[in-house]
Design a protein around this ligand. Structure first.
Ligand SMILES: Cc1ncc(COP(=O)(O)O)c(C=O)c1O
Length: 428
């Protein structure tokens, strides 16, 4: 062996499973955020101004205020998580009195870890799991490690399509993964009617649904829709929460901040029990001190944080939707989200989002995520994801105007005068 071990030597030793995990195109793109001259709609991360930094500092100070609390905060703790936090999560977004107890909750290191633990628990290689197409890239990335077969099902503006879902169920599915509220990447929400249909199918076929609630609290327009978890429990009536096939995952990354890395799973206690054993083998438990900080903030400040965030992001979403109407060519359509962080753009066939990005960054100093990254089957090249969460309103207007110029040039259509507003493009 030489002193300098070449990369090639290690490359031969890495496992096939690890090499199967794709690099996140988004993580690479996040580097663009560091370039001050580029307006980036790529990130999809919360705005740092929304982090309740004073309240977080106060919560840490409180913990260090007495010996008993800081001893607990800095010590190992149980894999299920900090009991007061689990109790809060048990009654979050449910009918009251809540059908859940803390035995139905495990706290995870972000909801990304919740997905990883659920994949470990449910997936054997080759088993079929269903997704909307396009899908959340982080889920594709983590689930791919466990070598399932992905079944991608299209959405319309009411969410996942029922006919293809039934066809997929007929061939057998291990679970269905859905983000019913403000899907990442499309911004689309599952309508109440579709939610009922999906629940009917899950209950009739006995197939679990992993319901990802990452953006559920960020609704800026329209009425709240009950979660799949709530609808299923109403349907089950007196049979109780132990019989529901819905496994919910959630996060405090968008409501408080992502740096604390606190997420959760809420499910029948048999699921939580097995996840606890798996979590022990992965990282023992989520950060004790951060769980205690989150629990403290939840006692009095959660609603304040949410109200502030909603007002803040609503302005940005509306600015983006207005600018799209104003500056984009007519033959381009996009989704009309009512919350979350994302708008999804559908370009005419033949335009390739990755190729456009090069020109966008170099010549127009604007960035987005090419939509092909969100498809597990190599399609979707003529789509883009735009995030409005990280930008100021004026930047959004300027960035979309620059993108509009690029698209007019690519499509060889004359630019629409700034004052002219064309009919809203509604959906994919
Ligand atoms: C839909 C969805 N689920 C899960 C996550 C993971 O969030 P975290 O691990 O920060 O809780 C994200 C992050 O962007 C997301 O968009």
């Amino acid at each position: 062996m030489t002193d300098n071990i070449p990369d090639m030597w290690f490359n031969k030793l890495f496992s096939g499973r690890a090499m199967n995990v794709p690099r996140s195109e988004i993580r690479e793109l996040l580097k663009l955020l560091e370039r001050p001259d580029v307006i980036s709609f790529a990130g999809g991360i919360p705005h740092a101004d929304m982090f309740p930094s004073d309240r977080i500092r106060q919560a840490y100070d409180r913990l260090f205020g007495t010996t008993d609390t800081w001893h607990r905060a800095l010590q190992y703790s149980t894999s299920e998580g900090y009991p007061p936090l689990r109790e809060w999560i048990a009654s979050y977004l449910t009918d009251q009195p809540t059908p859940w107890t803390k035995e139905n909750i495990i706290v995870t290191s972000g909801s990304q870890q919740a997905l990883d633990l659920l994949a470990r628990l449910f997936i054997s290689p080759g088993e079929r799991i269903a997704f909307t197409r396009p899908s959340y890239l982080g889920a594709l990335q983590v689930l791919r490690f466990y070598q399932p077969e992905f079944v991608a099902i299209d959405e319309d503006d009411e969410g996942i399509l029922i006919e293809p879902l039934i066809a997929a169920l007929d061939k057998g599915l291990k679970f269905i993964y859905l983000i019913p509220d403000f899907n990442n990447p499309t911004g689309i929400s599952l309508s109440l009617r579709r939610r009922e249909q999906v629940i009917d199918l899950a209950l009739a076929r006995g197939v679990p649904i992993i319901e990802d609630l990452a953006y559920v609290h960020l609704r800026y327009n329209g009425e709240n829709i009950p979660t799949l978890g709530t609808l299923a429990l109403r349907r089950l009536n007196s049979q109780g929460s132990e019989h529901t096939p819905i496994v919910q995952i959630g996060t405090f990354s968008k409501s408080i901040c992502p740096g604390l890395r606190i997420g959760w799973v809420r499910a029948a206690s048999v699921v939580i029990d097995h996840l606890t054993v798996l979590k022990q083998s992965v990282d023992l438990h989520a950060s004790t001190i951060n769980q205690m900080v989150v629990a403290d903030i939840l006692t009095d400040s959660f609603d304040t944080c949410i109200q502030k965030e909603k007002a803040f992001y609503r302005l940005r979403m509306e600015a983006m939707l207005d600018a799209l109407k104003r500056y984009f060519p007519r033959n381009i359509s996009w989704t009309m989200p009512e919350g979350g962080f994302f708008v999804w753009v559908n370009l005419p066939e033949g335009l390739d989002g990755s190729r456009l990005l090069e020109s966008a960054v170099t010549n127009y100093k604007v960035a987005f995520v090419p939509g092909g990254a969100f498809y597990c089957d190599g399609t979707g090249k003529n789509t883009l994801r735009l995030s409005f969460s990280g930008n100021e309103v004026a930047e959004i207007q300027e960035g979309i105007m620059r993108m509009g110029e690029l698209l007019h040039k690519e499509l060889c259509v004359p630019k629409v005068p700034k004052h002219a507003i064309h009919a809203t493009s509604k959906h994919l």
